[in-house]
Every structure is written in structure tokens, then in C-alpha cells.
Design a protein around this ligand. Structure first.
Ligand SMILES: [Zn+2]
Length: 280
């Protein structure tokens, strides 16, 4: 009540919607199951955490790729396997000029996974946007478009533009939607320019203020509700311990959006992109 009085005193409108947390299904669009996580968090533990968080499907990738093969062989969720471009830490810095990575991708595409064909490439990183023009980066973007694969890219706004310039119309999920904090107007301009671009929202600076969506982001997510996804980004083992709390936070701010927008961002957009089964 105090808060309401303060808002009214400041001449600000009291939000019309009561902000209850989103309670529907969730897809984790950024799940890593790396080598070092597998011993402390075997697949049954991962599934138990997902269940407690209400996460019913996930985009899975791991360094190296055997973690993905192991997790998606375990029934209990709708798995969407992606090919990680890294066999080891060294590959982070050279994959974009390394043709052996392209050949590894082709072999894995042919072999498939226990949960069916691989659906995408990534997460990959480009710490220098100029490397978006590396020969392997270009070849993989073209391959993704040809084969209808989605790409999960941890890159800056310049690299998003360059990568999609190599394969216009390809489906690219921008991991973190600008972890460097690119201004919302820059993000919006990229979404307007590239219809295949989607944004994943983990670690996005400025997304929330005190756990609630900021005004800029509420406007962008409402306007482009069909283009955003949420993910855990379990990039280090420690992050698995916070898995349920993380999704509780997401559910909290999803409640700041119109119900239909929240449902799309939590589940519907992934369901459409990856042809997920309906939920009974
Ligand atoms: Zn990641």
C-alpha cells in the first residue's frame, strides 16, 4: 500500500494489472550440460530440478557434445539437442577459422542424437565481432540456413548483423540479447531488420529493476512477444544449484507482461520454433 501511495504521490499510474507470477509451462532455451556438471548433477538430478521449476523442455548443448547425447537419452522432458562447436576450451578462440569444426558438425548432423536429429548449432561465442567473417563462421551460417537449423550465438550487436548478413533469413537466437548491455533501441532496430532473429534473456543487463521488468523491456517484450525466449545458461556447474530460484525469478517478471505474451516467451515461441508437442 505504501508503494501505491508513493506512486500516486509521484503522479505515476498504478499498474492496471495485478502482477501475479506466471504459472504456465516453461522451455529452457539455454541449457548447458558440460563435462564438469555431469558427476554432481546426473541426468536424474537435472530432470528433478527441471520438474520442480516447471520446465518441460530444453535446448541442450554441452562441451564436448557427449553431455548432450547423455542427457537427451534420458526420458522426461522435450529435448532439443544443439551441436556445441567446442571440443575443449581452446576451441572458443579459433572455431570460426577452424575447418575441423565444420567437419565435426557435419558428422554429428549425420549421426543425430538419441532424441532425434540435432536442431541447431551453438551456443558459440565471438569475443571480437570481426570474427563473424571467419570462413568457418560464414560456412556454418550458410549450413544452418540450408538445413533449417537454428543458431544460438553469444555475440554483440555488430556480430548479429554480420552473421545474419551471411545467411539472410536464418534463425538466430541471440544469447542474452546483448550481454554487453546494448541499448534497447539498438536491439529493437536489429529485430526490425532481421525477421529470423530471436532473443534469449538470461543475464541481460537492465532487463529488471528490483526483480520487476524495466519499462523499456516491458515495452519491447510486449511489442515483440513472438521473438523472445528464456533460458538458464548453466555455463558453470555452480549455476545448477540456483536452477529453481532462477526460474522463480523469471516467473515473477513474466507476471508483469500480458498473459499471452508471458506464455509465448516462456513456452509458445520455442514450441513453434522447434515443433514441440502440445502439453496435456
Ligand atoms: Zn551459455
Amino acid at each position: 500500500m505504501l508503494k501505491r501511495r508513493a506512486l500516486l504521490a509521484a503522479g505515476l499510474p498504478w499498474p492496471v494489472r495485478a502482477a501475479g507470477a506466471y504459472s504456465g509451462p516453461v522451455f529452457d532455451a539455454h541449457l548447458h550440460y558440460n563435462d564438469d556438471a555431469q558427476q554432481p548433477h546426473p541426468p536424474e538430478d537435472v530432470l528433478a530440478r527441471m520438474k520442480r521449476a516447471g520446465v518441460q523442455g530444453a535446448l541442450v548443448n554441452s562441451r564436448p557434445n557427449d553431455g548432450t547425447l547423455r542427457l537427451v537419452a534420458t526420458p522426461g522432458a522435450q529435448w532439443v539437442p544443439f551441436i556445441r562447436l567446442y571440443r575443449n576450451r581452446a576451441d572458443y578462440d579459433s572455431w570460426f577459422v577452424d575447418d575441423s569444426i565444420r567437419r565435426m558438425v557435419l558428422d554429428l548432423l549425420q549421426a543425430g542424437s538419441p532424441a532425434g536429429p540435432f536442431r541447431g548449432l551453438g551456443e558459440f561465442h565471438l569475443y571480437d565481432s570481426a570474427n563473424a567473417d571467419g570462413p568457418t563462421a560464414i560456412a556454418l551460417m550458410k549450413l544452418a540456413r540450408e538445413r533449417g537449423l537454428c543458431v544460438l550465438a553469444h555475440v554483440d550487436a555488430v556480430a548479429v548483423d554480420r552473421l545474419l548478413g551471411h545467411a539472410p533469413g536464418a534463425a538466430l537466437i541471440w544469447a542474452h540479447t546483448g550481454i554487453g548491455g546494448e541499448p534497447v533501441r539498438r536491439v529493437r532496430a536489429l529485430f526490425d531488420k532481421h525477421p529470423g532473429l530471436r532473443g534469449e534473456l538470461s543475464y541481460r543487463p537492465g532487463l529488471t529493476v528490483d526483480g520487476r521488468l524495466s519499462d523499456d523491456w516491458r515495452a519491447l517484450l510486449t511489442q515483440h512477444a513472438g521473438r523472445f525466449l528464456i533460458g538458464s545458461d548453466t555455463w558453470i556447474t555452480q549455476r545448477w544449484q540456483h536452477y529453481e530460484a532462477l526460474f522463480a525469478d523469471y516467473r515473477h517478471w513474466l507476471g508483469d507482461l500480458p498473459q499471452e505474451a508471458a506464455q509465448r516467451i516462456a513456452w509458445g515461441n520455442a514450441a513453434e520454433l522447434f515443433s514441440l508437442r502440445g502439453l496435456g
